[in-house]
Design a protein. Structure first.
Lengths: 199, 199
């Protein structure tokens, strides 16, 4: 399969999940979104399950590529952009719909070794990214030397994931932004060596 | 319906959700768990959906009753017990299974007005409980006078809900406990007027 072909299938899966959710998704939905036949999809991916496992892998690659693009920015800015990324702006219904579909997929993970393995990789990657940002900030003298990167990473990720889930499930546009503001005030601003610089 | 009969149906629903999950749950499963007939269940609840809406209401009542039982305890102890309640101990597979079923139900809420309304009530009740604990702590002089109860409540709830979801979906027993420890260290210990008292 060419890279272009793979990307077209993965982006079609993204759209189909937003449109149909996880539980009702069919190979036909993905075929319709991609303009390819179901037999071509089945040629590359035996089952819908295989395709979805590959799709979570694709999300991980996308995340890695985005993170590489950020690596040159100062730690404080990267941390803020990272946290902001969890917040859906009002009207970003597509993102909320996609998060709901992923939430259903995540709820299957305890019963599905392949999902669980991919989601653990994703989890470690996200936490590792936050750890890296905090370490950079300590090294560059912007964050306090006694900051604990691992603990901060767990706290930030759990908080923003929880906030995003409540925002998506309760359809409350401002929820995640409010949680983010509280996280800044109570946790992230405390990381700064010079709190006067906190926005 | 007598209170006993209602409680028996609600507890049977609790067990059936743990056993079968949300998506596969049938009225027959609930009937089997309760020792009642499906026709009796349908006499009280027109549909499975109506029964599940009532079930979320039942969870809310249970939570309220538990909170009333805690009201006399000191604020710091109540806050710690409240936060600890989100953490599954290793081996509490029943609680993880139930949380997964609820997660699937929550993922339906954007498309289901009755679920959404019940879940918003539940959300407000949990946050209101944390607000009340923080206010009590400020009043009794244990928590700092400038603590912001609303912001603390949003932060604590989003954090522990996110931690619980990751613990249940990734089947990682220690995850929520680690997040809780980070939450204590970075947020809750800061609330104390006398930080020496932090455990």
């Amino acid at each position: 399969m060419t890279d272009d072909s793979r990307e077209a299938i993965m982006e079609a899966t993204h759209r189909a999940l937003r449109e149909h959710g996880y539980a009702d998704l069919t190979m036909q939905d993905i075929a319709d979104e991609s303009g390819k036949s179901t037999s071509l999809l089945h040629y590359h991916y035996d089952t819908k399950h295989d395709l979805l496992v590959a799709f979570v892998g694709y999300l991980i690659e996308e995340f890695e590529a985005e993170e590489r693009g950020m690596a040159e920015k100062p730690a404080e800015e990267r941390l803020r952009e990272f946290v902001d990324w969890f917040v859906f702006a009002p009207g970003e219904d597509d993102r909320a719909a996609f998060h709901l579909a992923l939430l259903e997929l995540r709820a299957q993970a305890p019963f599905d070794e392949a999902y669980r393995e991919q989601l653990r990789r994703s989890d470690e990657l996200v936490r590792g990214t936050i750890v890296g940002i905090v370490e950079d900030g300590i090294e560059s003298g912007v964050f306090r030397a006694d900051a604990e990167p691992e603990a901060i990473a767990r706290l930030v990720f759990a908080t923003m994931d929880g906030a995003r889930t409540r925002q998506a499930t309760l359809a409350e546009a401002g929820y995640a932004a409010e949680v983010r503001d509280a996280l800044y005030e109570h946790v992230l601003d405390d990381l700064l060596v010079d709190p006067e610089r906190a926005e």
